[in-house]
Design a protein around this ligand. Structure first.
Ligand code: HEM
Ligand SMILES: *[C@@H]1O[C@H](CO)[C@@H](O)[C@H](O)[C@H]1NC(C)=O
Ligand SMILES: *[C@@H]1O[C@H](CO)[C@@H](O)[C@H](O)[C@H]1NC(C)=O
Ligand SMILES: *[C@@H]1O[C@H](CO)[C@@H](O)[C@H](O)[C@H]1NC(C)=O
Ligand SMILES: *[C@@H]1O[C@H](CO)[C@@H](O)[C@H](O)[C@H]1NC(C)=O
Ligand SMILES: *[C@@H]1O[C@H](CO)[C@@H](O)[C@H](O)[C@H]1NC(C)=O
Length: 318
């Protein structure tokens, strides 16, 4: 009896998952909002032209949205009165940026399409366009997400001090495997981190190139003060989406301890991620192809159907 119940439960869960996925489609807005994709692309092109880092910031915004429950625009909600919302939560406060860019693009989309498009879909498209505009791959975005009614009380993000097992389990909780973790971490080919995010790694770790660490200690990242000072996550081109981040990993010249966990960590990484890092460092198009596929996978965990709503203002529920 109990076994039958469990099997039926699994079947139901699989069916529910399939149904949820079936509701996302690249053609979702073709009839109701044909202006959508050109509008988002134009908005992101303007934003990146004004400030190249914005491409990186919007890519990260999408990742953080997906991990707090799912790709449901929950991170875009201003803090609710009842608890500390996603915007003010540890990994996001004074760090995640780009909210006003999404607000601006959503307003332009609504002007053509009368609030038929979710904030979550605008963000998913904006993240795709960010990568493309910075020189990375282009891909087809699955659409039809619905916006969450409330912010998630848990951001569910790994920390920059996480070990490889912790990173793996955090990604596994979202249906993402070791290869997805490695691929998606390649997003750190663009953008910047604050001294407070990498101080421990450049002062206290041994798995870091000593010259590289010394430069950061003497430069942007003093032992005390300077918490908000920025350094590029990838040395040679923080505004260029390419595979050089994986070469930095092999040379142990990356800012985040969590990133270095993916390569050269002895038995732990040699059996899981070292080989993937080497393959991406050697083959830019392999990384580009895998990154596009992993971004689709990341965004497919979404609110669909009649769940949630189409928000008018991305900062609050209707
Ligand atoms: C694997 C676990 C990850 C950890 C622990 C992590 C952690 C971090 C940290 C600490 C920063 C710097 C934040 C600051 O100092 O203000 C950062 C920046 C960034 N992260 Fe991640 N991250 C992870 C995965 C990802 C993924 C999967 C993506 C996207 C697919 C991503 C995209 C970015 C981007 C683009 C930036 C730069 C943002 C900007 O310059 O505004 N990260 N990440
Ligand atoms: C816009 O949508 C609202 C609510 O869905 C509807 O009442 C209104 O008629 C629509 N306006 C146009 C111009 O389609
Ligand atoms: C990017 O991919 C989308 C979806 O397949 C397509 O509509 C668009 O034309 C592509 N953009 C470029 C510049 O290749
Ligand atoms: C998380 O998403 C599920 C559906 O995907 C929803 O039922 C639940 O209410 C959400 N939780 C929060 C806190 O947003
Ligand atoms: C470095 O490690 C020492 C000893 O474990 C600890 O007291 C200190 O807070 C650490 N500093 C940083 C920046 O992580
Ligand atoms: C690089 O990866 C692509 C797949 O994206 C593959 O077709 C190609 O053969 C690889 N090149 C080399 C030199 O291995």
């Amino acid at each position: 009896m109990e076994r039958r119940g469990t099997a039926a439960g699994v079947l139901l869960a699989v069916a529910a998952l399939a149904a949820a996925e079936a509701q996302l489609s690249p053609a979702f807005y073709d009839a109701i909002c044909p202006a959508l994709q050109p509008t988002v692309r134009r908005g992101m092109a303007q934003a990146v032209q004004k400030e190249p880092r914005m491409g990186a910031s919007i890519l990260r915004l999408f990742f953080h949205d997906c991990f707090a429950n799912s790709s449901d625009g929950s991170i875009l909600l201003d803090d609710p009165p009842s608890f500390t919302g996603e915007k003010s939560a540890g990994p996001n406060a004074n760090s995640v940026r780009g909210y006003e860019i999404i607000d601006g693009i959503k307003a332009q989309v609504d002007a053509s399409c009368n609030a038929t498009v979710s904030c979550a879909d605008v963000l998913a498209l904006a993240a795709r366009d960010s990568v493309f505009l910075l020189g990375g791959p282009n891909w087809t975005v699955q659409l039809g997400r619905r916006d969450a009614l409330t912010a998630s009380p848990n951001v569910n993000l790994p920390s920059p001090l996480s070990s490889l097992p912790a990173l793996l389990s955090s990604f596994r909780a979202k249906g993402l495997d070791a290869r997805d973790l490695t691929t998606l971490s390649g997003a750190h080919t663009v953008g910047f981190a604050r001294c407070s995010s990498f101080r421990a790694h450049v002062y206290n770790d041994t798995a870091v190139d000593s010259t590289f660490a010394a430069q950061l200690r003497a430069g942007v990242c003093p032992w005390t003060g300077g918490d908000g000072n920025l350094a590029p996550l990838e040395l040679q081109g923080p505004n260029k989406f390419d595979n050089k981040f994986f070469r930095d990993l092999i040379a142990r010249r990356v800012l985040l301890r969590s990133d270095q966990e993916l390569f050269g960590g002895g038995a732990a990484s040699s059996s899981t991620t070292d080989g993937i890092v080497r393959a991406y460092a050697a083959n830019a198009s392999l990384f580009a192809d895998d990154f596009a596929a992993a971004m689709v996978k990341l965004g497919n965990l979404a609110l669909t159907g009649s769940n949630g709503e189409i928000r008018l203002n991305c900062r609050r529920a209707n």
